[in-house]
Design a protein around this ligand. Structure first.
Ligand code: FAD
Length: 362
């Protein structure tokens, strides 16, 4: 009944849900079950942030009378991250197996509506769900490719990168989370953001407070700073430069739908698969959701969209509301938000009230 491409949060959630409705499901995956989120995204980053926070928290422990002798063992920290990923991945694999979802390993291709090819076999199904996720963007900066830029996936292997000063290009969520992680490990960090503030999608007040907290911990933050050129270990912002010994490119992620369908079969919009409000593509029975379509790139949102598609197909309606999406930024000081930001409310002329309460008081 369902041919689902990609076993990330969108794909595996849809597969399990369709199986609960008694539908037959084939799930195609070319890398690892769990997708970006479980293997090179949410989970490993949060494992490293958790592990590194013990080291960063040592001065606070001293103040409370707990004397610790800190020594970083990056190989062990890396192994802890791997163990976390492997445990969760086998959990998802067991769930899929328990729900009788057939997993086919390999690159899937959609030659036409209702058909998927993988490993020389042609599969026919009523519904195809594309959940192929995203990959890091490398912007068109002269010499970007030759400068040994690191992506977030590269940086997850900590022992392989013994740098002391990391330049982070992009002050969005991923850039800020990695900056925080590296500060926890005692490295020097410079964040370079093109817009006038870090976390530009969030309320201005959050950006300002976060900037202050990161600077207090030693980070340098350059905003309104467009990168013009890269050299090995040097980032140029017009006439000024930042010297570093590693560069993280965290300027965003783009839909990963290369070699997925023949030209003309599905409409795209700036590289992402175009869908309507019901996540239907222009081809009959072909849906897409998660990071491979335009919009919010969060694991729980991808999963919620996938659930809503399956619910509508299997029961005629979905009970899931997709208009109020929570988001978190996992730093030593955690940030959470839901719904529209204050700036968006202002832009839309909505009457609102603000409240403010100090965490110290809490
Ligand atoms: P993915 O998880 O990317 O899965 C897509 C899968 O499809 C992949 O496994 C891929 O191998 C497979 N695939 C692609 N093409 C094919 C093909 N042709 N055939 C077969 N298989 C194919 N989100 C949060 O909510 N919280 C966080 O804390 C968070 N932290 C993040 C940290 C980092 C460093 C990154 C990079 C992302 C983070 N995200 C976080 C975002 C989150 O990972 C994504 O929004 C989420 O993984 C999207 O899910 P998806 O199912 O759409 O795609």
């Amino acid at each position: 009944d369902f041919l689902i491409i990609g076993a990330g949060p969108a794909g595996y959630t849809a597969a399990i849900q369709a199986a609960h409705y008694g539908r037959s499901v084939v799930l195609f995956e070319e890398k690892a079950v769990g997708g970006t989120c479980l293997n090179v995204g949410c989970i490993p980053t949060k494992a490293l942030i958790h592990a590194s926070s013990f080291y960063a928290g040592m001065p606070a422990a001293e103040r409370c009378g707990v004397h610790l002798e800190g020594k970083l063992d990056l190989d062990r920290m890396n192994a802890y991250k791997e163990e976390t990923v492997i445990t969760l991945r086998s959990g998802v694999e067991s769930l899929l197996k328990g729900n009788k979802v057939e997993i086919v390993r390999g690159h899937a291709f959609i030659p036409s509506a209702h058909h998927v090819q993988c490993g020389g076999t042609d599969y026919e199904g009523e519904t195809i769900l594309i959940a192929t996720g995203s990959e890091p963007v490398l912007p068109p900066i002269p010499s970007a490719q030759e400068c040994g830029l690191l992506t977030s996936s590269d940086l997850l292997d900590l022992p392989a990168h013994p740098f002391t000063h990391l330049a982070v290009i992009g002050g969005g969520v991923i850039g800020c989370e990695f900056a925080n992680l590296m500060l926890n490990l005692g490295r020097q960090v410079t964040i370079i953001e093109m817009k006038d503030r870090i976390l530009p999608e969030m309320d201005r007040e959050i950006s300002q407070n976060l900037s202050m907290l990161l600077k207090r911990r030693g980070a340098e933050i350059r905003t309104g700073a467009g990168v013009t050129r890269l050299e090995k270990n040097r980032v140029w912002i017009g006439e000024k430069s930042v010297d570093c010994d590693a560069i993280l490119m965290a300027v965003g992620r783009r839909s990963s739908c290369r070699d997925l369908f023949p030209e003309g079969l599905l409409e795209t919009d700036r590289g992402s698969i175009r869908v309507n409000a019901e996540f239907a593509t222009n081809a009959e029975g072909v849906y897409a959701c998660g990071d491979c379509v335009h919009g919010i790139q969060l694991a729980h949102y991808a999963a919620a969209c996938a659930s809503s598609i399956v619910e509508k197909i299997c029961s005629g309606a979905s009970r899931i509301h997709l208009d109020t999406v929570p988001a978190c930024v996992y730093l030593n000081q955690e940030i959470a938000c839901v719904g529209r930001s204050e700036e968006q409310l202002k832009e839309q002329g909505v009457v609102y009230r603000t409240g403010r309460y100090s965490m110290l008081g809490n």
